[in-house]
Design a protein around this ligand. Structure first.
Ligand SMILES: N[C@@H](CC(=O)c1ccccc1NC=O)C(=O)O
Length: 278
């Protein structure tokens, strides 16, 4: 783990809806500043992976701690998983929960941050990459959340070893059909509609988008990210592909190189935003 900088205060298990389901909660990691800072930092939202059936925010505290120590308040989300067969939780519940969490952060997190976050950066790993992809490419998710549109507040997206094309994933890895059916049922049309690869933005500009994939990923092939990257390139100006962070599917998240490229991406996107001529 890289060195920490700023002291971090954390707030755990904040419920982001009225439900008392332990999965509809988030942990918030906030940099403690000695002096009020000039500019409001953007907030990072981390959406974990685990094939929509495993994983929990508690396993990714290290990411919240680290990004907050580098002055970025960070929310690490849990969302309801598709664990049992037959399952009651299926797509689009995962995406809906994460959209609800983002809405909560916008409307309620000022009590913890001291300001309302108007710039949001989404990071999604693996199954979380599917969720962040849909939140970005299907704007209906972040629009009309309690009468406000948060789509424009998303200033950048990082997809990390994401699942973007479910039919293709199952074609390449036939055994994955088990967890895909648990989360998306059997209908391959639903698989397609749940895949960011098949969405394109019309009349809007794609936010800056970084696609990261370790060449040592043992669970998803780099070509999966390359195809998604090519698709994004047709829609946006600032789309980046990085295949330099080493490490296996879950291990690469702890690499210093991973933290560095995410922080660079956010800093550069913030600068580009400031100088953008609209
Ligand atoms: N540990 C997971 C497996 C998993 O996470 C996974 C397996 C293959 C391809 C992608 C995966 N995760 C994506 O979120 C499970 O037990 O279902």
């Amino acid at each position: 783990m890289p060195d920490m900088h700023t002291t971090v205060k954390s707030f755990r298990n904040l419920p982001y809806t009225d439900s008392d389901d332990p999965k509809q909660k988030l942990d918030l990691f906030v940099p403690v500043r000695e002096e009020p800072c000039q500019e409001e930092s953007p907030i990072i939202v981390y959406i974990h992976g685990g094939a929509w059936r495993t994983g929990d925010k508690s396993e990714y505290e290290f990411l919240g701690e680290y990004f907050a120590s580098r002055d970025f308040p960070t929310a690490v989300l849990s969302y309801r998983l598709s664990t049992k067969t037959p399952t009651s939780v299926r797509h689009p519940t995962h995406v809906q929960d994460c959209a609800d969490a983002i809405h909560w952060l916008y409307t309620q997190s000022a009590a913890y941050l001291g300001y309302r976050p108007s710039s949001i950066y989404l990071i999604g790993h693996s199954a979380g990459g599917q969720i962040t992809g849909l939140l970005t490419l299907d704007p209906s998710w972040l629009e009309n959340l309690g009468g406000i549109s948060l789509w424009e507040a998303v200033k950048g997206v990082v997809g990390v070893e994401g699942i973007y094309d479910i039919p293709k994933l199952v074609e390449v890895w036939p055994t994955y059909v088990d967890f895909i059916q648990m989360a998306f049922a059997e209908d391959t049309d639903t698989w397609r509609r749940a895949s960011p690869q098949y969405y394109a933005l019309e009349d809007r500009k794609l936010p800056p988008y970084l696609v990261v994939h370790s060449p040592e990923d043992e669970l998803i092939e780099v070509a999966h990210s390359e195809r998604y990257f090519k698709h994004l390139e047709t829609m946006g100006a600032r789309v980046l592909l990085n295949t330099e962070v080493r490490g296996k599917h879950f291990e690469m998240l702890r690499e210093k190189a991973f933290f560095d490229i995410v922080i660079n991406f956010i800093n550069e996107s913030q600068l580009a935003k400031g100088s953008a001529v609209e």
